[in-house]
Design a protein around this ligand. Structure first.
Ligand SMILES: *Cc1c(COP(=O)(O)O)cnc(C)c1O
Length: 339
């Protein structure tokens, strides 16, 4: 099977498995796991943040951020197709007691003026705006890179209104590698950042939440409350260190593979590339073939290629570490054949 459903499907590398085996461990609830501590220091340093916290998943990292930034009844501003809005089981409402306020963006980017207009003035009727959430790269927009200038403009408005900004940077390293902009430049725009070790970077488990030390101390307590205080977790943090040290630059290969797919598909009648391919995600519209995404996906599956539906006619392909250049050629040939 050639698995293009997501970059979460990658298996840990040999080096990651060895690092897990050899990891020095301790009780992380006592902040005594040397491997976790090393991972958190390394992640904070890469992002240019004071401190970082190893969390079980991207969802947990985002939700801990909301819980730590906000109080129940606050409103959180986010883009209409944000992962935190679409794909986290309404955790913000269920756990943090907040109300989402969505703003439609263009390729995942909210217009700063719209954000400004959505900030609540003081009024007895209104909730208080407790947080602005950004997402980079934007998953639903097909791995679109949120432009640095857009982040800067929104961050400036947020500062003027004394509202914190959280970045759901599940694939922030993809944005950095593809744009050539150092990761800390993106990270410095927002108060807190979450990124996934377990997507393109290939680690088996985990995400990082980073921000000011005082914030991370409070976030650690929320992680404990959510049952995310783990013990000898250096076993899974060790692959994360390898992900950060050795797996970042190679994301460029995934981006090249996605572009290669897009360029080939663009020449096939009836297939349309949605938007543009900036990183490792490719959205393909199959309406012109007279089939639904589900039907197309079933056909692909018959050829040993796995993808997911991202709309009634939209199929998502995500390139990843376990998909080789040869696999990409196989996918192209099979799609041509199927059409
Ligand atoms: C995958 C993803 C998450 C959540 O990460 P999990 O580890 O799957 O919980 C959050 N935000 C974005 C943009 C994602 O793509």
């Amino acid at each position: 099977m050639i698995d293009l459903r997501s970059d979460t499907v990658t298996k840990p590398t040999e080096a990651m498995r060895k690092a897990a085996y050899n990891a020095e461990v301790g009780d992380d609830v006592y902040v005594e796991d040397p491997t976790v501590n090393r991972l958190e220091e390394l992640a904070a340093e890469k992002l240019g943040k004071e401190a970082a916290l190893f969390v079980t998943s991207g969802t947990q990292g985002n939700q801990i951020a909301v819980l730590t930034h906000c109080k129940p009844s606050d409103e959180v501003i986010m883009e209409s197709n944000a992962h935190v809005f679409l794909y986290e089981g309404a955790a913000m409402s269920a756990l943090a007691g907040i109300q989402p306020r969505t703003i439609a963006g263009v390729r995942g980017a909210m217009n700063p003026e719209d954000v400004k207009a959505a900030i609540r003035p003081e009024d007895v009727h209104f909730p208080e705006t407790g947080l602005i959430c950004l997402e980079n790269t934007h998953n639903k927009a097909g791995g679109a890179i949120l432009p640095l200038e857009n982040m800067e403009a929104i961050a400036k408005i947020a500062r003027e209104h004394n509202i914190p900004v959280h970045l759901d940077g599940a694939r922030l390293f993809n944005a950095s590698v593809a744009s050539g902009i150092p990761i800390h430049k993106f990270a410095e725009q927002t108060d807190t950042v979450q990124f996934c070790l377990s997507k393109g970077l290939g680690a088996p488990v985990g995400s990082i939440l980073a921000g000011p030390k005082e914030f991370i101390d409070r976030a650690r307590k929320w992680r404990k409350r959510l049952g995310g205080g783990l013990r000898q977790v250096g076993i899974v943090a060790a692959p994360g260190i390898i992900a950060l040290n050795d797996m970042v630059d190679r994301l460029a290969e995934d981006h090249d593979h996605a572009k290669k797919l897009a360029d080939s598909f663009a020449n096939i009648d009836g297939i349309e590339i949605e938007g543009q391919v900036e990183t490792n995600i490719l959205l393909v519209n199959v309406k012109g073939l007279g089939v639904t995404s589900e039907e197309f996906i079933e056909k692909l599956k018959g050829e040993g290629i796995l993808t997911v539906a991202f709309g009634p006619y939209t199929v998502r392909f995500v390139t990843n570490y376990d998909v080789t250049e040869d696999d990409i050629d196989t996918v192209i040939n099979n799609v041509r054949k199927l059409v």
